[in-house]
Write a new protein. Structure first.
Length: 179
């Protein structure tokens, strides 16, 4: 507590000295607070949504732009694109998560997808392991790859080499996280 008070008084003294050195009044410091953005929002801001749905890549890019919420968003994140023929779009959902899929969710998803793309679509969702990646699976895979790369870079760093040699230090698996 005493250290914080000393640091505060030093900081105030430095500010006072800096303002005395300049003839101009010190400009007020403005702190802007913003709400943290989610990974999906970041993707939506940086990646324009496709205006069509013809393949798995279109689906994964489109998913983050759809106005999905709650359970419907969770379910749709598990969908992998299979095919599109005319106005019929077929998706697969892993059987282990298909228990939460209902006609209500499927109908709501078809409405949102149709409205977003500006065309009436019929959505078919089958409970089977898809050949393509779902948005959730893609996000999970990319995160795992990024973590593995971060761990590799950390282990290759000169600081890690020094710690390893001097103290026989080891990286605890799973201890690295991305921020």
């Amino acid at each position: 507590m005493r250290e914080a008070a000393i640091l505060d008084s030093i900081g105030e003294q430095q500010l006072q000295e800096e303002s005395e050195e300049s003839d101009e009044p010190a400009a007020p410091i403005e702190i802007l607070q913003s709400e943290p953005i989610s990974h999906e929002q970041r993707l939506a801001q940086s990646d324009p949504a496709p205006d069509q749905l013809e393949n798995s890549e279109d689906w994964i890019a489109l998913f983050s732009h759809l106005p999905l919420e709650g359970m419907l968003k969770s379910i749709c994140g598990q969908l992998s694109f299979r095919t599109r023929v005319g106005d019929e779009v077929a998706f697969d959902i892993d059987p282990s998560v298909s228990g939460v899929l209902s006609d209500k969710y499927q109908t709501k998803f078809a409405e949102i997808l149709s409205a977003y793309l500006g065309q009436k679509l019929q959505v078919i969702i089958d409970s089977q392991n898809g050949a393509n990646e779902s948005p959730t699976a893609r996000t999970t895979r990319l995160l795992a790859e990024a973590l593995a790369e971060a761990e590799a870079q950390l282990l290759e760093s000169s600081a890690a080499q020094i710690l390893s040699e001097a103290f026989d230090a080891k990286l605890v698996p799973g201890s690295v996280n991305l921020k």
